[in-house]
Design a protein around this ligand. Structure first.
Ligand SMILES: [Zn+2]
Length: 186
């Protein structure tokens, strides 16, 4: 296992559309292990493979609270099959946009179809934090960031800030410090 660097905006790879994978491929298992190590270290509660520069439709997640046992979850080739008309607002943050948080409105509930590492198909009906986190991660594998769901003015302000930081040479998360996992949906 190895911890990998997490890409931050304005890295263009974050805008790539990821490709489906074969879950039983040993390379996918190795990728998932690296993703968990990277996600727990960050710390964050979710991670999409593209955030470590791998354009594959693989998502890791752990929504367990700090004092609870770990609950690692893997979603291979996840796909939203249904979304509720009812909407919910959650203050989102992203490991690829460090120390920036903004309220995002999304469908409150979603159904998501995905494969596990054995290649078995599952469908989960998600609500609350799981629904928000799954939508945030599935956006990532489609090249979409949570700032795409906020006002253009706010998005341009945050992009400008990170472009300036990139010019200064701050292109990794090392320049930022936020140790609260719940602040980083993925
Ligand atoms: Zn994210």
């Amino acid at each position: 296992m190895a911890k990998r660097d997490i890409l931050i905006i304005p890295d263009k790879r974050l805008r790539m559309k990821s490709e489906p994978v074969k879950p039983t491929d040993p390379a996918v298992r190795a990728l998932v292990e690296d993703m968990f190590e990277t996600m727990y270290d960050a710390p964050g509660i979710g991670l999409a493979a593209i955030q470590i520069g791998v354009p594959q439709r693989v998502v890791t997640m752990d929504l367990a609270k700090k004092d609870e046992p770990k609950e690692p979850q893997v979603f291979i080739n996840p796909e939203i099959t249904w979304a509720s008309d009812e909407r919910a607002i959650y203050e989102e943050g992203c490991l690829s946009i460090p120390e920036y948080y903004e309220e995002v409105e999304r469908p409150k509930m979603v159904k998501v179809k995905y494969l596990d590492l054995e290649g078995k198909e599952h469908e989960v009906e998600a609500d609350g934090l799981l629904a928000t986190c799954l939508q945030h991660e599935i956006d990532h594998i489609n090249g979409i960031l949570f700032i795409d769901h906020i006002s253009k003015l706010k998005r341009e302000m945050v992009m400008k800030k990170f472009k300036k930081a990139a010019k200064r040479g701050d292109t990794t998360r090392a320049a930022y410090q936020d140790d609260t996992p719940e602040h980083h949906l993925g």
